[in-house]
Design a protein around this ligand. Sequence first.
Ligand SMILES: *Cc1c(COP(=O)(O)O)cnc(C)c1O
Length: 329
Amino acid sequence: MAVIKANAYGHGICHVAKHSEFADAFAVARIEEALKLRASNVLKPILLLEGFNSPSDLQVLVTQNIQIVVHCEEQLLALEQAKLNMPIVVWLKIDSGMHRLGIHPNQYGDFITRLKACSNIAQPLYYMSHFSCADELDRSVTQNQLKLFLSLTHDCDGELSIAASAGLLAWKESYLDWVRPGLIMYGLSPFANSTGVDLGYRPVMTLKSLLISIRDIKTGDNVGYGEVWSSECYTKIGVVAIGYGDGYPRMTPAGTPVLLNGREVPIVGRVSMDMLTIDLGFSATDKVGDEVILWGQQLPVEKIARYIGTTAYELVSKLTSRVSMEYFK
Ligand SMILES: *Cc1c(COP(=O)(O)O)cnc(C)c1O
């Protein structure tokens, strides 16, 4: 099940769906995402990972053949009270230790009885849970979550799913019937100490822009808003046409690299809405119009995320609609 929520982690949801022939189903987080896929003629099963928020959405979900997660009493009650013209496919989400969504293990028996008795729900049910620390290989919590999930569902008649990217890469015993990779499909690593490139994958996304201005500055000159950075030597400053209005974080610290003409060049000064500034060095020969790579195969987004104190998940999914996308085979 290919996870393509959040605009396919910033990669373009419809395009990714159309080029994921390997996927048996898709998963998204919002009904709008699911309906957008159906509207662009995606026919495979789609699972709404958090289920429905409003009972009035149930009829359109069933009509559009969208499967739902049921993770709480409110959703179950709404299903019991609904009048649907067709049964809907339900994934029962069990909280095996993450304590975010999912029924408590001691609600399991009651939920199963009611879900099976409900004529609005297709049978057999599907069963899922989610790991909280699958990216931490030295901890026992993942195995405990898996054990709990398997012991609850041991005599159920439906298919099971618990693994996302980190489970898929690190916990073979968690594969079960369905795996739900998101990040790794885009060639990125879910682990804090590696990149997708380290793991032998190729990042799908390259984020790039252009050098739009170059100026000489003297020792002690400030650059950018707030005068938060000043040069310790005579140097050249390059201005790159990308900023937080495109999704490149404003909190990026000085020293975070970009790639320009084959070398890493540090960002200096504050990232502004439409631009950021880089220290080219005194003897630079770069020219206005040169391509600047913010991240991609040669400069992993996981590395940039470490400078900024965030994850590749956040950086790629945060790109705004102002960034234009080009696709290559
Ligand atoms: C986002 C999500 C995934 C995919 O997670 P990755 O770490 O990106 O592979 C899988 N399952 C659920 C429930 C999710 O919310």
